[in-house]
Ligand binder design. Sequence first.
Ligand SMILES: [Zn+2]
Length: 390
Amino acid sequence: MPQDTPKLVIRNIGLMLSGKMEAAILDADCLIAIDGKITEIGMEKDMDTEGATTTIDANGTTLAPGLIDSHVHPVIGDYTPRQNQMNWIDSTLHGGVTTLISAGEVHMPGRPKDIIGLKAQAIAAQRWYENFRPSGMKVMAGAPIIEHGMVEQDFKDLADAGVKLLGEVGLGSVKDGPTGKKMVDWARKYGMQSTIHTGGPSIPGSGLIDAEVVLEVGADVIGHINGGHTALPDDQIICLCESCTKGLEIVHNGNERAALLTLNTARELKQLNRVILGTDGPAGSGVQPLGILRMVAMLSSLGNVPAEIAFCFATGNTSRQRELDTGIIEIGKAADFVLMDRAQHAPGKTILESVEFGNLPGVGMTIIDGVVTSERSRNTPPATALPTVI
Ligand SMILES: [Zn+2]
């Protein structure tokens, strides 16, 4: 191995969560990543830990894939005009999140709604977050809001320019099923993923999208199925779960009762693998640095889901739904991790029990592409044990 190839060794891991629902806990205490990719997972005694450029003693804490927020509204850098707030992304990193997925850069003051303007903004947003990661955070952005008048060539132009996502269908002028379906199909043809606003209007200027429109449009992700904030009636939520196989995205800035209804319906259908989590921040509700951890704890405790499975909603499920190279502990995947432990004085003998009682874990470290991006969280309750860089 060349001298300058970064080799990360994380040893003394007390519990390793895979992000994969079918085998959520791995039998391993050590992990090696070379050049930002996972190369070995196993027991330290069987592994070649020599020549590490960075060694971390996990000190018995829990390693999980870095959490993914499937629904954010970034605008530029680490600033949100929505609440005039700086450093919300850095704060979110301290909540264990290592990847953010934009559902549209809708809070840009003066957001262009003409077609060339909206394309230009999407391409620029994709570039500025690719070129600059606030505090190391991976931000998948550049998610145009579709408007009436767009033609197939516009979607090809966006895809050719590197745009990979559509913002929430329904936040622009397209709120009807037939137009939405036509444009989502064009986006899919050119390799772009799509999501749709579900439920009542979120803020003045947005509108109602009901189950019939969601099903007709057929976007890849049913964005905030529990409303953002206003949820659809129960029968429509159940209908969405039963009538399609799309991603069921539950958000922090939504209706918590509707979140539990979605979870219970997905469980009855034996389709918990469709459940993915977002915050839908920044928004009228503010920013939620701990939003994803709060969703994991809420769904685990009130929804009776084993904590290791609830963590999959925020990691492996989203990874698979959105075809990412992060969110799963597997050889070849990105070395994006969160190290956590039971919060000090939280009830429960283990971190998993403490989450099942509805408590947040304490974050001790985040790592992105094999590089330490934060140490003890300034936002979570303090962890009982902390990892250290040796
Ligand atoms: Zn929305």
